[in-house]
Design a protein around this ligand. Sequence first.
Ligand SMILES: *Cc1c(COP(=O)(O)O)cnc(C)c1O
Length: 230
Amino acid sequence: MNILQQSRNLVLAQIQKACQQAERDEHSVELLAVSKTHPSETLAEMYAAGQRRFGENYLQEALDKIEALKEFDIEWHFIGHVQRNKTKHLAEKFAWVHGVDRLIIAERLSSQREASQAPLNICLQVNIDAQDTKDGCQPAEVAELVTKISQLPNLCLRGLMVIPAPNNAAAFKDAKALFDAVKTQHAHPEDWDTLSMGMSADMSEAIAAGSTMVRVGTALFGARDYSAKA
Ligand SMILES: *Cc1c(COP(=O)(O)O)cnc(C)c1O
């Protein structure tokens, strides 16, 4: 067994254990492999180990990998900050966009997604623990955004995405409470099924609080070397 298979098995075991401890079904949490900075060959190896969902942060890097791996049955997730002038590529090439935090971004994605494609899956990014960052809407804005975005064509609004500060497990509980509270605002509440939270260092805490998708990079691929980035 190669090293990527081993690390994937370890992460899957950790997810399973966290689910057992939380008395949750182990299939209620999906693993998104965060592959930013890693070359296509590494993704192909992880694919061979059984992984199908990959998350990327940087658009040009992601587009290159999507092209290089187009023969593979990969579900591509964009988890980076969404810039207004980049929405067309996201609408065309990805299955999921996790970083939507403004109505205008959702409107652009909706109008740029071809009706012939499957609806683009969306998570609303929320700045759940009042961090000093431009990314993510405020918790108080979520209900209205859910009402509006869930009515847009060509999108499927799936849930929330959060990136709390390290060692702030309470933020995961806040995110879960908000996720449950705003479901009634959704035009199609049955679509509201995804709470994207938890990374390598805190996936167990996120699962305990109700995460349905953990975004894991380092624990799968090892440390990232940004200096080697093409
Ligand atoms: C890089 C990144 C991750 C993965 O982080 P690790 O600590 O390497 O698991 C998850 N989510 C987002 C939004 C990221 O940018």
